[in-house]
Design a protein around this ligand. Structure first.
Ligand code: FE
Length: 356
């Protein structure tokens, strides 16, 4: 054996340090990589619906999700903290459109999304994507409205329904989008005339949510109402509030405008925020939401219409029959929302009084 010269010792020491640095770098690199595998979300959609879907996403992709569930103020939140959320989940084209108009969204090109989501229900440049459909339909009294007595939204302005119609606020996003679709199809002047006619047929001052309209039909306050499709199923299957099952039993769904443009539909949807820090993961998430697994959960848990072809609707939803949906691009409808909202003000829709 011979003594190891100092120089060789130094080399070993350097090698040792180099190894430690390499391992540290690798570990750090790994930490950084896994820290990137997240997607941060703002959601107006409720936890019961979204949590199981996100669980499936994380299991499949390894990408973790952080969700802030909110009931309002999403637009302001995104403005105040750019980059805090990578994607948004919400309902109604109005909310997506408002965020887009405020410059808070960014375009996404994705073959998967183009394949899964029919073009009327996504932004032409990929600023937002519809994930499910809901029809804004007419609820009619089983006792007092014969099938076929009303077939079009336009009929709601017919004086024969004077004092027979209930709706929620004319300024609520769901109604503004429906009114906007009338503006988009018939023009502002006709839409205004129609809205005046509808107002003059109201049974009471606009109030309550969609379910409250079914309740009012059940109690005999009105014969017709405007409401979204899924509420019918939610009432009919309500285990906690059995009285809602009675409301559901009192009404049937009329899908308006089946012989012309089709029933006005709206979307629940998603979009990537302009300052997303995890853009790729956000896109993967939206792709996942448009896929079979998530679409099935939307259909089964919330009674919405899946947008991906081949995914089955819930049997209860099926029982209402097939319907033709309006295929105007929702971006066009969204562009008329400001006009629709203005018309609701002009005709003073929400200040209806029965003595009018
Ligand atoms: Fe709703």
């Amino acid at each position: 054996m011979f003594a190891v010269p100092n120089g060789a010792k130094r080399v070993r020491l350097y090698l040792g340090i180099a190894m430690i640095v390499m391992v540290a770098a690798l570990t750090l690199g790994k930490t950084t990589a896994s820290a990137e595998e997240v997607v941060n979300l703002y959601s107006y959609r409720q936890p019961f619906l979204i949590k199981p879907i996100l669980k499936g996403f994380t299991e499949k992709t390894g990408i973790k999700t952080n969700v802030v569930f909110a009931k309002k103020g999403m637009l302001e939140k995104i403005k105040a903290t750019p980059g805090a959320a990578d994607a948004v989940l919400t309902v109604d084209i109005g909310r997506l459109h408002d965020m887009d108009e405020a410059g808070l969204l960014q375009p996404v090109q994705s073959k998967v999304l183009e394949q899964n989501i029919p073009s009327p229900y996504r932004h032409p440049k990929g600023h937002w994507f519809g994930l499910t459909l809901r029809g804004r339909v007419i609820y009619a009294s089983k006792m007092r409205v014969k099938p076929g007595a009303i077939t079009r939204y336009e009929d709601l302005a017919d004086p024969k329904w004077k004092g027979k119609i209930c709706t929620r606020s004319g300024k609520h996003v769901y109604n503004v989008s429906l009114f906007a679709s009338i503006v988009a199809h018939s023009g502002e002047a006709k839409a205004k005339k129609w809205l005046m006619g509808l107002k003059s047929n109201l049974a009471r001052k606009p109030q309550g949510n969609d379910r409250a309209q079914a309740k009012a039909i059940h109690s005999g306050e009105c014969d017709l109402a405007l409401a979204n499709t899924y509420y019918m199923a939610k009432m009919a299957t309500n285990k906690k509030k059995k009285v809602q099952r009675e409301w559901a039993k009192a009404v049937y769904i009329v899908f308006p405008n089946q012989k012309d443009r089709g029933t006005h539909v709206n979307i629940s949807g998603a979009a990537v925020t302009k300052h997303a820090k995890n853009r790729g993961n956000a896109v993967r998430l939206i792709e996942f939401l448009s896929g079979e697994y998530a679409q099935k959960l939307y259909a089964d848990q919330n009674y919405e219409y899946p947008l991906k072809k081949g995914v089955k609707t819930h049997p209860l939803v099926d029982s209402w029959g097939k319907f033709k949906a309006d295929t105007i691009n929702l971006a066009k409808v969204a562009n008329k929302r400001a006009t629709a909202s203005k018309l609701a003000d002009q005709v003073d829709y929400n200040n209806f009084r029965p003595s009018n």
